[in-house]
Design a protein around this ligand. Sequence first.
Ligand code: IVH
Length: 698
Amino acid sequence: MLIIGKMDIKEAAKQVAVLRAQIEENNRRYYVDNAPVISDYDYDQLLYRLADLERQFPELDSPDSPTHHVGSDLQAGLRFARKEHKYPMLSLGNTYSIEEIEEFAARAARLINTSFTYSLELKFDGAGISLTYRHGRLVQALTRGDGVVGDDVTVNIRKIAGIPHSLKGSGYPDDFEIRGEILMPFDSFDRLNQEREDAGDEPFANPRNAASGSLKLLDSEEVGRRGLMCTLYHIPSQDIPGFEGHYQALDAAASWGLPVSDKRRLCSSIEDIKEYINYWDSERKRLPYATDGVVIKINSLDLQQELGYTAKSPRWAVAYKFKAEEALTRVLSIDYQVGRTGAVTPVANMEPVFLSGTMVKRATLVNEDFIRSFDLHIGDTVKVVKGGEIIPKIIGVDLSARPADATLPVFPSVCPDCGTPLVKEEAQARWYCPNATACPTQIKGRLLHFLSRKAMNVLCGEATIDQLYDRGFVRRPSDFYQLQMRQLMSLEGWKEKASTRFLESIEASKKVTFDHVLFALGIRYVGQTTAAMLAARFGSIDALAAATYEQLLEVEDIGATMARSIYDYFRNEAETAEIERLKAAGLQFSMKEQAAAKASNALEGMTVVVSGTFALSRDEMKALVAAHGGKTASGVSGKTSFLLAGEKPGPEKVKKAEDLGVRIMSEAEFMALIGPEKTENVTKEEEDFPQDLFGGMI
Ligand code: IVH
């Protein structure tokens, strides 16, 4: 048995599997949901640990490990056309250690015999973008996607101030790509989050997520209103022959009117690099947008080409990442908040302090153990950081600054809302209020979740839910569909216009697609992405409800906890009765009904067999067939209208189709067949929602 240190390969394999699952899950939360739950620092530590294990145990390494590919921001569903990048959009090797930067410089000096320079830049913390200019005109903008294929968000990019539609000056290549970052400056971010909170929407965790979410809006006018900015920092060297260095190419790009940072420097020594890092580590706090490090690039384009790339990142560049900013402040009191799942979270109220561009006054205290681990007292001076979460986290207590009157917090033993004794599930660190069906805070939390933008998309804030609940009008989601005009008009501050609009948006929510309805139900552990996947996979609530625990486990990305939670949900009578009521109200509970509501008839009467890999997942391709009136089948037969073949289709299917004379259609042909209707229909349906009420959907 191979033993390195104390670990044998079996144990290493276990850890590798756990780390990969954790990283993929966090990739999804970060890139797709735009709602990270761990800090960049903690995420990077997971990645480093995995890379380390893969180095120690090369037999455990695999090309599809997250250490070898970049996370993907591609959205489930059919929002934007997907296009392949001309050159893959890679990530950067990164480190938090100056020693590793020194090693990078030393290695570069060893490899390169002549003298050379570095281009130093800020590492901007936004959403990556790749722009194509042809004959001086902006023709395409792709998000990073999975690095190979990106979402085409050109219409949205055209609305962002500072990105020229046409270049000025001369000397630009006829056809080139330029890459950079879309940023949401702090002031735009604060304004947007205020608006979202006022509307009862979940605020964005940080400007990066807000920028990325904004790029994926369907309403490009709204994109224009969000106050985004762009900074460009990379032209693939193949696209700019004739330039000596990267720095000079960016200077030229600036002269063509492209937004390029003026914080760049050319330098030639490790001392200069360290000075630049030190300077910006503190000075960045004054910048109006988020940065999370410094990028060090070898400037010469010839040398860049010589050094080349690994699968994931260039060998000629490295990023030094700043540790999250910290601030000191004082804890004034602690609130105990009950969430919609009943979990009780302690939250510290603090003296307001400026941190990473915004003023903070609350920090999560996670759970009781967390408070105890710091021996935190009310009145203590604490160190706070902003992680991936919206709400900052306390990372230390200055015991020496504890005032004499500091008090030990007392964790409540009963629900602060309904008074039910709290319980702690085995092996869990959190206290729960078990009174799920009658605890008002939990009920209200679930009602608010049900209506939220990514669920039923009905504009409704906490205050409205309080009013509706307190008057006894609403106890469960189906009650929203029974609301009467006179009930709403009887609420304080409600006039005819507001009441009508509310009822209209409740009515409009009946068109919300099944994946969103499934998310709205609030099944524990079923987030937006999982809901979309389950909807595509099972097609209807009845099929999902009938799935056995084992069948649920077979679904990609569904582990034991989630499978158990979904299985139990459909065996709970109160929940199934509520589903029946919602069905009776006319909500969409299957993909088919949904398709009927929006499909073209391009595939009417056809039976399609889908095989191979596509830009979309196979389930999404099947949903697309259904959305256009077609049926899918698993095997090719005389009844098959055509075999939709992606890359590497099943050889038996291809052979059978050839034998039977069944047409084999490529992805491109298929897209052309449904093409124009596809986009028209999808957009049309989205536009059916009263945009003025929702201000654009995500
Ligand atoms: S250069 C081939 N320069 O950070 C490498 N990237 O974590 C091209 N980023 O994928 C990237 N600021 O989205 C480069 N000044 C900068 C950057 C930068 C931010 C982003 C970029 C990259 C990611 C890596």
